[in-house]
Design a protein around this ligand. Structure first.
Ligand code: FAD
Ligand code: FES
Length: 262
């Protein structure tokens, strides 16, 4: 784990409340794996604690790290006000990230992202597409409305198909990701599912995956103070192991059965 102060390369508006930030942090970009996260802090800002964000992608050649974030409160409002060439402190990469060992069977993976939970799935999609170009992942994209279709631009090169659901029906299938899942599983021979999004959304999806015997990993989110396993503010009890896991240190990605009742 490193702390690197890097220059902001871009801080662009993607929708009303979502921004993309590219930061030049070559050492962290060289190490970060899909599903890991970083804790960032504007050293000249007014927030004491760092804020966690999933690694949306890295470009190891140029040393760049991509974050995609929703402006939710004070810390992210401060991030949104930063401009290119300004500096930001990045701590990471943190957590263990997604496991891809099961994918050695060569079978197809379904990635599911909801809201800003789509961010870390971009890097996961790229990794899977690079490792198995003959069976790129299928992506189920659960968003609020057509205003958030920008995610497709990040995903289309790395995916076989992107199935969109919107809460308001302004694009794709009207409803939630869970409404589209049975048809996706009927169409494709899916052996693995990876999900990041709101807990309520992940629970329904993971239960269906487990009921069908599909290997499933979920990426959890909880407010994090330290991000390195010290404050114990992010723990939960594993359903199968009974272990007290720290989401920041042992996760944020866990097997679905460890988190949700089957
Ligand atoms: C491992 C991890 C990865 C994350 N990745 C991303 C990402 O890629 N993109 C992104 O936009 N956000 C991500 N988040 C959530 C992000 O960290 C919070 O939205 C951010 O810290 C809010 O900071 P703030 O100061 O703007 O808001 P605050 O003023 O602290 O809070 C504003 C609102 O946001 C809610 N909030 C704060 N922290 C979290 C949290 N951890 N999870 C859910 N709601 C929260 C608060 O309850 C409150 O309603 C991630 C969180 C974790 C734990
Ligand atoms: S955030 Fe402190 S232990 Fe996880």
């Amino acid at each position: 784990m490193l702390v690197e102060v890097g220059a902001i390369v871009e801080n662009d508006i993607l929708s009303d409340d979502v921004r993309s930030m590219v930061i030049y942090v070559p050492e962290i970009a060289a190490q970060a794996e899909p599903g890991q996260f970083v804790m960032v802090k504007n050293e000249n800002g007014g927030t004491f604690l760092r804020r966690p964000f999933g690694v949306a992608d890295v470009d190891r050649n140029s040393g760049r790290l991509l974050l995609i974030y929703r402006v939710a409160g004070k810390g992210t409002r401060e991030l949104a006000a930063l401009e290119p060439t300004m500096e930001i402190s990045v701590e990471g990469p943190l957590g263990g990230g997604f496991r891809f060992d099961a994918e050695s069977d060569g079978k197809r993976t379904l990635l599911i992202g909801g809201g800003v939970g789509v961010a870390p799935m971009i890097y996961a999609a790229r990794r899977l597409a690079e490792e198995n170009p003959a069976a790129k992942p299928v992506f189920l994209l659960g968003i609020r409305s057509e205003n958030e279709l920008f995610w497709q631009d990040y995903l289309q090169d790395f995916t076989e198909e992107i199935i969109v659901t919107t809460n308001d029906g302004t694009a794709g299938i009207k409803g939630f990701a869970i409404d589209a899942l049975p048809a996706v599983l009927d169409k494709y021979d899916i052996a693995h599912i990876k999900i990041c999004g709101p807990t309520i959304m992940m629970e329904g999806l993971a239960k269906l995956a487990m009921a069908r015997g599909i290997e499933c990993q979920v990426s959890l989110e909880k407010r994090m103070a330290c991000g390195i396993g010290v404050c114990l503010g992010c723990t939960f009890e594993g359903r199968v192991s009974g272990r007290r896991w720290k989401i920041c240190h042992d996760g944020p990605v866990f097997p679905a059965e460890e988190v949700f009742e089957q």
